[in-house]
Design a protein around this ligand. Structure first.
Ligand SMILES: Nc1ncnc2c1ncn2[C@@H]1O[C@H](COP(=O)(O)OP(=O)(O)O)[C@@H](O)[C@H]1O
Ligand SMILES: [Mg+2]
Length: 142
């Protein structure tokens, strides 16, 4: 387990970037934290660390976004999910989720991941973001 403090958006992005750079393929990031805690900000950092040039946006309404990762022999795609509005397993199935999580050359990020925790493998990276004040966050990685 690792406890980090972020004092601003830029620091959260940098933590994400480091996580992205350390990916080997097959990582599943399960992100928890209240609205506005910085889950999307951290996700943007992870994408940056994976050398994705495109500016990633919150998949709140469409639930799942997929990004191609350039020039990487091990990692092909970043799958960014926002489980907040997810209604049921059928919807998850319809998004191809159960196939996507099996791929060892995908990286999966799930915001509000605790909502679908029972469908996630034991081997995952759980990140909890806690608001300390308006800009300060505690980021717990386990
Ligand atoms: N330390 C910090 N880390 C991340 N975001 C921060 C921080 N301090 C302030 N913010 C602000 O909080 C908001 C986080 O939004 P976002 O990443 O979309 O959160 P979430 O996806 O958890 O709803 C942004 O407006 C950002 O500027
Ligand atoms: Mg978000």
């Amino acid at each position: 387990m690792m406890n980090l403090i972020s004092n601003n958006e830029k620091e959260t992005r940098a933590i994400g970037r480091a996580l992205g750079e350390s990916c080997q393929g097959g990582e599943i990031f399960c992100l928890s934290g209240e609205l506005g805690s910085g889950k999307t900000t951290l996700s943007k950092g992870i994408a940056q660390g994976l050398k994705i040039k495109k500016n990633i946006t919150s998949p709140t309404f469409i639930i799942l976004n997929s990004y191609t990762i350039p020039k990487n022999s091990k990692i092909k795609k970043l799958i960014h999910i926002d489980a907040y509005r997810l209604k049921n397993t059928i919807e998850l199935e319809g998004l191809g989720f159960f196939d996507l999580i099996k791929e060892t050359n995908n990286i999966i990020i799930i915001e509000w991941g605790e909502k679908i925790k029972k469908y996630l493998p034991a081997k995952k990276i759980t990140i909890t973001i806690k608001n300390i004040n308006s800009n300060k966050r505690k980021i717990i990685i386990s």
